[in-house]
Design a binder for this molecule. Sequence first.
Ligand code: GUN
Ligand code: ZN
Length: 438
Amino acid sequence: MTQTPSDDRFALRGDLLDFVGTPAWGDVDSAAPRFRPAHWLLVEGGRIVRAQAGAPDAGWPRVDCGSRLVLPGFVDAHVHSAQIDMIASWGGGLLDWLQLHTYPAELRHADPDRAAAGAERFVDALLAHGTTAAVVMPTVHRASAEALFAAAQARGMRLIAGKVLMDRNAPAGLLDNVAQAERDCVELIGRWHGRGRLSYAVTVRFAPTSTPQQMALAGALCAADSTLYLHTHVAENHDEVRWVRALYPEARSYLDVYARAGLLHRRSVLAHGVWLDDDDRAALAASGALIAHCPSSNLFLGSGLFDWRALAECGAAVAAASDVGAGTSLSMQRTLADACKVQALRGERLTAWVALHAATRGAACALGLESEIGSFEPGCCADLCVWDWACGAVAARRDALAKGLHERLYAWLMLADERNLVSVRVAGIERWRRGAAC
Ligand code: GUN
Ligand code: ZN
C-alpha cells in the first residue's frame, strides 16, 4: 500500500481507547483504561502528537472514522512465522505435534526463496489481523530470520526476532551447531539489532532442543549485550516438563534450566508457563521476565489451564500471544476470548481490561517499549487500528444493548475478530485497509 500525503500529518477521529495504568485483577471499574469517544488523534511524522475533543484546525488533514473504535495496534508476544502453513493440523499433544507437523513445515524454510515468500505472507497476515508489533520465532535457518527482519523493515513494523537455536533432538535439517550458531547470531545481531524498529532476540527453541553448550552460548550472547532479548518456550506440557527433568537433572525446575544459563532477565520472553510453581513465579517476578500466555494454543494442544492470577499476584508480567501455528488464529480478539474461557475453567473471571491491556500497553511495558508502542501517549509511534464495534446483526444488537464501557468492550472481545478491522496504520502510514488490494 503506497504512502499518501495524509500519512505524514493527519488527525484521525474515532472512539479512542488505550491505558494509562495497569488494571488490577478482577477490577471492572478500573481507572486504568482511558476512553475518549469521538476524539481526534493528531499524528505527525509517524508519532502521536496529542488527542483532543474538538476538531483540529485546517492544517491537519482529517481522517474521520466517526465513532469507530480506535486502539493501539496489537502486540503478539509469541508467534511462529513459519507455522502459517500448518496451522490447525490434526493430532497429538505438543511433542507429537512438533514431529508430525511443525518440523516438516519449518524444514521447508531452509530454501531462502521460500523463507522470503513465507515471511512476507506472515507479516502481511499480522497486519491484516490488527497486529503491528510481535515477538516472532522463525526457524533455525539464518535465511528465515533475514527474511523476517527484511519484511518487517519494509513495512516499518516493530519486530523482535532471532534465528532459532536448536542443536539436538530434531531432524537433521533443523539442527545447527554451537560454532555455526554463534557465527549466525553475531552476524544477524550486527545487521539487524537496533535497525529501524527491529530488535534481536537470542532464540532458544526450548530446552530439549539445545545442548548445555548451546545454552551457554545463548547466555554469553545475552551477557555481552543487555539490550538483546531472549525468546523461548517454558513449561508448556506435562511430557515436555518430564523430558526437561531427565535432560537437566541438576536444575530445580524447567524455568531454572534457563535461569542457570543466564537466560532469565528483564528482556526474556518465555512462552506458555503453564506448569510453574511458586518459586518459579517468584523468580519470574524478580527477574522482570515476561510470560507470553498462549490460550488458544494451550486449548488446541491440550497443554493445560494457565494460572494467570497467581502470576499477576506475585507481580510477574503476562502478555497475550497467539502462538500460531499451535494457536488457531492470529486474531488477538480470539486469543483474548480464549484467555477468558481458560480463566472461566479455573473459576476465575478475566476482565476486558486485563485482557486488552495484555495485548497492548501491558505487553509494551513488559518489553520495555512503552515509550514506542501500546498506547496513544504523545511521542509514541502511531501504530493504530480502526475497528468496527460490531459486525453482523447479533454483534450489533449486543453492542446496542451494552450498559457501560466494560460490558461493551467485553462483548466486543468475545464477538469481534479480523472481520471487524477497517484500517491499520504503522507509524502513521496506512499499511492495510479493508477491501484494498494490498
Ligand atoms: N515448544 C517448542 N517448539 C514449539 C513450537 O513450535 N510451538 C509450541 N507451541 N511449543 C513449542
Ligand atoms: Zn510457540
